[in-house]
Design a protein around this ligand. Structure first.
Ligand code: TXA
Ligand code: MG
Length: 320
């Protein structure tokens, strides 16, 4: 199979309608998409991604209005969050209706739903009038893709089309929130922060602990990983001293890097803002992983705002 990178939404829509798997751009990361009702497409997604069958997929839909088509017992707080953050980088975990095929949700009685804001995929979903299941378009455990090229490098020859929507503007996977007793619980951190959720819903708790049997999945302790060993530290100078003699690249968040003497270093937020750092995080990891260094050292971000979602990804990426 040849893999074509295309900007043509109709081409992608036709392939999806015929049960094919197509990579799509979203504002967070690229997804590996199939129509949720096409059994063969869903099976192919798991196979191509080498994803454990017990790890369910997110359903992407064109509008919050379609929520009641997929979910039951929707808490008031869910409508409020949908209103505030959709379209956008928030996924809601809700009780599923029986029309959602079990292979999409890995047999769970919940479904994860999100309305992406990327204009290309928003148009695609409107044109299709069918929801798309889409995990991030990376082989299981690897760094998520934020450009069409990243997807091509992973899956060339395995999927017919990659719909090119440019570089992802957010760059981290969506925040995942579910509800316990009607109150929001964050299971995966992302660009919509716990503080923002609290401001809208009145309360929030955060349960993002690592586990090997994820109930609120995505929470595999090792994930998002480069092949090159990665050390995450808040003391870059010390880490550099510890790996003296190795060929090293440093990824930093701050201007600190000015006085760190190392040949290869990348400061993520050139402007000092964390949105920019998040948007560049995965591209930078892909790059660092491609240049044949012995080790990548990443500086921990301050645990404020997006910093904690970035640290979460860095920590998982660094697990052996
Ligand atoms: O930003 C995103 O969410 C991207 C883009 C493509 O939309 N998608 C994404 O999908 O990150 P994925 O599959 O890489 O991560 C989704 C996470 C998985 O860890 C999965 O276990 C969890 O969501 N998930 C999906 N359905 C679930 C469910 N019913 N219950 C609990 N967790 C669920
Ligand atoms: Mg993923």
């Amino acid at each position: 199979m040849t893999t074509q990178i295309t900007k043509n939404i109709d081409t992608a829509a036709t392939a999806l309608q015929s049960g094919k798997v197509v990579a799509i751009p979203t504002e967070t990361v690229y997804g590996l998409a199939g129509v949720i009702y096409r059994q063969e497409a869903i099976n192919d997604i798991f196979r191509i991604k080498e994803r454990p069958l017990a790890n369910p997929l997110i359903v992407h839909t064109h509008s919050a209005d379609s929520l009641p088509e997929f979910a039951l017992d929707i808490p008031e707080a869910a409508f409020k969050l949908a209103d505030a953050f959709w379209p956008g980088p928030l996924t809601l975990l809700l009780r599923k209706k029986s029309n959602i095929p079990d292979n999409v949700t890995s047999g769970l009685d919940t479904v994860a739903v999100r309305v992406p804001s990327h204009p290309v995929t928003a148009s695609l979903l409107r044109e299709l009038k069918q929801p798309l299941a889409a995990p991030s378009a990376n082989p299981f455990g690897r760094i998520s893709p934020t450009t069409a090229r990243h997807v091509f490098d992973y899956f060339e020859g395995r999927i017919p089309y990659i719909l090119d929507g440019g570089a992802c503007s957010v760059g981290l996977e969506s925040t995942i929130a579910g509800f316990e007793n009607g109150l929001p619980v964050v299971y995966r951190q992302g660009a919509v922060t716990a503080a923002q959720i609290k401001a809208v819903a009145g309360s929030v708790s955060v349960k993002t602990a690592s586990t090997n049997t994820p109930k609120a999945p995505g929470m595999y302790p090792r994930h998002y990983s480069p092949r090159t060993p990665l050390i995450v530290t808040d003391n870059v100078k010390q880490a550099l001293a510890d790996v003296k003699g190795l060929n090293t690249i440093v990824i930093g968040y701050s201007k600190f890097c000015r006085d760190v003497v190392v040949e290869k270093k990348i400061v993520l937020p050139e402007s000092g803002n964390f949105e920019e750092a998040a948007a560049r995080l995965y591209s930078t990891l892909h790059y660092a992983d491609s240049i044949n260094t012995d080790i990548i050292i990443a500086e921990k971000f301050p645990e404020t705002g997006l910093g904690s979602a970035i640290n979460d990804r860095l920590m998982r990426a660094s697990k052996k």
